[in-house]
Design a protein. Sequence first.
Lengths: 329, 262
Amino acid sequence: MGELVIEALGLRKVFRGTARRPGFGGALRSLVAPERVTTVAVDDVSFGVRAGELLALLGPNGAGKSTTIKMLSGVLVPSAGRALVAGHVPHLDRPANARRIGAVFGQRTQLWWDLPALESFAMLRDIFKVEEAAYRLRLDELAGLLELSSFWKQRPRQMSLGQRVRCDLAAALLHDPPIIFLDEPTIGMDAVVKEQVREFIRYQTAERGRTIILTTHDMAEVSRLASRVVLINEGRVVYDGSLADLQKEYGSGWKVRVTFAHGAVPPALPGLVGTAGGEHLFAGTDPAAQRHLLRELLDRDDVEDLQAHGDDLEDVMAAVYRKRAETTR
Amino acid sequence: MLTWRFITLSLKSAIEHRADFFFMILVGAIWQVTVVAFATVLITRFPGMGGWTPGAVLLMTAVRSGGHTLAGSFFMGARQIAELTLEGRIDAFLLRPMPVYRQVMLNYFHVPMLGDLVVTGVMFAIAARYLDLDWTPWRVVYLVAAVLGAMFLEAAVQTFLGSFALRHPTAKQWQEWTEDLMATFGSYPLNILPDLARAVFVFVLPIAVCGYLPVAFLTGHTTELPVPVWAAAASPAIGAVLFAAALRWWTTRLRRYESVGG
């Protein structure tokens, strides 16, 4: 893994506004004496991302993921702390930062709504001053990976969500940025397109060496793409580490369900926690014990069915948030 | 070059909605026809207004209209800031290596300005015919400066108010109100108004810069001016100065931009 290219150093973002009181009387009172409200969206968030790494930034809705990404991409100015992208403060050197990064916010588009996507691509080529030959090569590659050519003459307003996001992904990479921010890029997509986008993201890190920060609520996506996760809850980092360690630390362990052939004598193997309807359930927390058990079972001729389960990442996440809530209570 | 690409792209974007495009041109033309009808009545029925000849009043209308047309062409995006913010498009602008202000202004093509341009030209021609003025080169240059000053003033006001729309979408209503105000009072000699109103339009919301002061200097209607003649002569520069101040205000507000949805 390369050097640190993205650094969040004690990032904090505070939004200030007014709260509306309920009812007509409350509305009148708010008009005369508004109640000032301060919302700390991100509080002392620190982490680093190395070149070529894909980091999944996870958390429930309103946790501060998008705000963090917006500070790192230069859209928002932090209230405190510092963001560094390729050694530069994004909001202080915005044009240079824009050339180094690409960003896709899944629920928004940076394409011209009323013009064919191809025209948006050409405009972005001019804005980012990409040479024509390089642009052609890149567009061909992106079109191949994302299968754009069948719909890139359409206007985004006529596209499906999946088509629109694929065009946005291409638009974000046309200037060949080494760093990419993806904020829920697969939200609302069908399974087939989702898989295509996941493969595209995997390709960008594995084959093209890009550094990616990805936010998503899709745990299958996380386990497929990310080796490292940062969990944010209520604006604070609650976990920063590998996915494997996260599962080890907060998971409830492994389970193996076995159905033996009729009349077979089940062996006495460690980890058996119960039997029901001819099915034997083994469970434990040590991965080595699970591997040993599976080897034993696979060597036997009387095993009719065998299912091995790891921790469901959704459950692991829930466990992290539960534990966090308990410790702060 | 890039600016031109933006303008053509915005125009193409406007043409995409054919019915809307033609309807807006039609609305613009009808609006301008009412302005021409008003000017015709002014010239044929009234001997003057507040001591001003009909030709001078029409020149003032033409200067304000010219400034408004140019402001509509290059700065109309300021009126879209509330929508651009709510749609998250300001986020996208911040992710491009190009000034956000320029992207906002070029994002929208104000179709009715095509009609405005024609009618403004007609008004200038009629005003020039009725005015007994020797159009020396410096007078022509000063007239151009007056039109640019009117443009910058309108751009300054809309930019200043539009900056608030980055956080408060209701600022758009203030933008519309001030535009109406400038359209209503910018085309008449302000000496017909009560002193207080005149003071407001000279020193608070300097609508006088849009036409009254520069045209008063240009046509020699300087006896009832609320400011010294040299100040009236320098009035086109005020629009530019206020525009520069509005740009600084925009930069400050953009640093406090909060985006939408997280």
